[in-house]
Write a protein that binds this ligand. Structure first.
Ligand SMILES: Cc1ncc(COP(=O)(O)O)c(CNc2co[nH]c2=O)c1O
Length: 396
């Protein structure tokens, strides 16, 4: 059996999304900017896709939604654009973000620090979220931008958007949220949250990879990251990825149509898996369930390196993640676990399991059994965990 539980990394393209995209590869393939029918034939589909994107996040006609190549591009555009407009060429001097943002935010901020920008990385509490008081303690009227994610990609923890945006506006700062892990999992309403910018990525909600977007409230002017042809109203150059945009629009429509399912069936399957995990001695799950996206579990299994667990599960056909960058040969600890103050032995044993609307009961039952077996086997050979022989009889 193959079980995919790494949906926070990327998701399967919904077959209905794939069907919507197909005509725009070999049939209706002209450049939308071309002055002939091959190009204009794609316009109705593009208009429909943009309508789906606007509706999906409750953007209004005077707002802009600009298609990008991915959330990383959208995030870089906002952070570097605000730096250029409000700090380099304006009266502001600081960007505020958090310690647990995705590397797209952290690396863009680190780059700007190398240019002399002042960036504050707010700490998180033991649940892994930034408290509003912490933002209030650091923001001033020279803050240009506050960038806080809507939901964390490793823990699933949800951040207080409305409150954070209100504090940013109180001090005359823009508020950006990395909404990648929120869309398709919880309702995302940019009017209610009153955010100025929202970044998103189609492959996180069963759309294609290589296409994302940036919401700009009231069409907020923002110096472009990409210059060239007059695409997307001159806001983002580059020939439009027609099948990708069509797919992202359809995926957004389906994601919102399935929100109830996310918060019932998916949440129930996640909770069943989490309940089983919590029967294992010496495990630690980050964050309260009702304050997380319904599909995510970040768990530390004491005494077992996250990568070792990944390998064992992979041998059984189960795909999960450690959440941390594990490109290097030396085992890395999970940065979010470190940020919440977990001891090194816990931070190195993090395992992220992220479900989707395509996850089945049978797959969860299989995973529970595989986890049980993996924990017994790996703890038996662990150099950092004293094996309690009586434990294996308890099962999950
Ligand atoms: C919160 C968040 N922001 C931004 C990105 C970047 O999105 P992209 O530019 O479309 O790739 C990701 C991808 N997150 C993950 C990718 O792999 N594991 C992850 O957790 C993310 O989870």
């Amino acid at each position: 059996m193959r079980v995919y539980l790494d949906n926070n990394a990327t998701t399967m393209v919904d077959p209905l999304v794939f069907d919507a995209m197909k005509p725009y590869f070999c049939d209706i393939y002209g450049n939308p900017n071309s002055l002939h029918a091959f190009g204009s034939d794609s316009h109705p589909a593009l208009r429909k896709a943009m309508d789906q994107l606007y509706a999906g996040i409750n953007a209004k006609d005077n707002d802009d939604v600009v298609v990008t190549s991915c959330a990383t591009e959208s995030i870089n555009w906002v952070i570097k654009g605000i730096y250029y407009d409000s700090i380099l060429n304006g009266p502001k001097d600081t960007i505020i973000t958090s310690e647990v943002e995705h590397p797209a935010v952290i690396s863009a901020c680190k780059f700007l620090e190398s240019l002399g920008a002042r960036v504050i990385y707010l700490p998180v509490n033991d649940q892994g979220i930034v408290e509003t008081n912490t933002l209030r303690e650091h923001i001033t009227d020279t803050t240009a931008l506050v960038s806080i994610m809507w939901a964390n990609n490793e823990t699933g923890m949800l951040f207080p958007m409305k409150e954070m945006a209100a504090i940013a506006h109180e001090y005359g700062a823009f508020f950006h949220t990395d909404g990648v892990q929120a869309i398709g999992k919880v309702p995302v309403d940019v009017q209610d949250a009153n955010v100025d910018f929202l970044s998103f990525s189609a492959h996180k909600f069963h759309g294609p990879k290589g296409v994302g977007g940036l919401y700009l409230k009231n069409g907020q002017p923002l110096t472009s990251l990409m210059h060239g042809g007059e695409h997307m109203g001159g806001r983002r150059s580059g020939t439009l990825n027609v099948p990708g945009i069509v797919g992202m629009g359809k995926a957004m429509e389906l994601a919102n149509a399935h929100l109830d399912m996310e918060n019932s069936t998916v949440r129930q399957l996640r909770d069943k898996l989490e309940d089983a995990i919590l029967k294992i001695p010496d495990v630690f799950v980050v964050g309260k369930r009702d304050e997380r996206t319904p599909n995510t579990i970040l768990v530390s299994v004491k005494g077992i390196e996250g990568e070792a667990m990944l390998w064992d599960l992979n041998q059984k056909g189960i795909a999960a993640s450690t959440g941390s960058a594990c490109a290097s040969e030396d085992l890395e600890s999970n940065p979010v676990m470190e940020a919440i103050g977990a001891e090194a032995d816990l931070a190195h044993t993090a395992l992220r399991l992220s479900l989707s609307r395509f996850t089945t009961q049978e797959e969860i039952d299989y995973t529970i059994d595989a986890l049980n077996t993996a924990v017994v086997r790996l703890r038996a050979i662990s150099s950092t965990y004293s094996y309690a022989p009586s434990w294996h009889k308890s099962g999950l």
